[in-house]
Ligand binder design. Sequence first.
Ligand code: IMP
Length: 209
Amino acid sequence: MKIVFATGNSGKLREASEILGEGFELVTPADFGITEDIPETGKTLRANSLQKAQYLYEKCGCDCFADDTGLEVDALGGAPGVYTARYAGDDKDFNRNMDKVLYELQSLETSAHMAEEFGLKTKPVSRRARFKSVVTLIIGGRIQMFEGTLEGVIAREKSGNGGFGYDPIFIADEYPGQTLADITEEQKNEISHRGKALRAMAAWLKSNK
Ligand code: IMP
């Protein structure tokens, strides 16, 4: 089936095409001459995912889906969360975003270490984190949402050349010692937040044709 994916992110598009496979022909807003940034002003991933899909549906009136993804780091109180794309600034620079997360965790660890040196009892700083994806599908004007989560930890430094976004600092529980940028795209898609959400969407489409 032909369906529009509300993204301008080439990494997301490549992964979604691989995950959904041959039965889907993905086209992008740019193919409809929609080149502006699709607004995402919501306070949750669900709100942003819905906003992106609805914006596109209003513009093109065609079957479409959107994905909104966030990284939640426990020690940072769930940040960057809904601000994942712009964590270090509006330019959405993924290297600076990753540096900010690494720096904040390192600072917490240094503070905990210093507190211990002064004889204070501290809990070890957790590096536990997860990616969450919310996919909103609009088909025949009907809205369906699908979610996927990938659990892991934040690495101490960046590693790997694959993937995109925060992949070089995220170690999934399934591949200890390797970041998502170290493993193959196939391995990432099999376990990823986006893989889970999009496979759920494909299964729904199959049983609701
Ligand atoms: P959005 O869903 O396009 O708003 O993306 C939010 C942020 O998460 C962007 O900085 C993306 O680069 C990043 N991101 C989205 N999906 C992934 C992923 O699978 N791995 C790493 N970073 C991601």
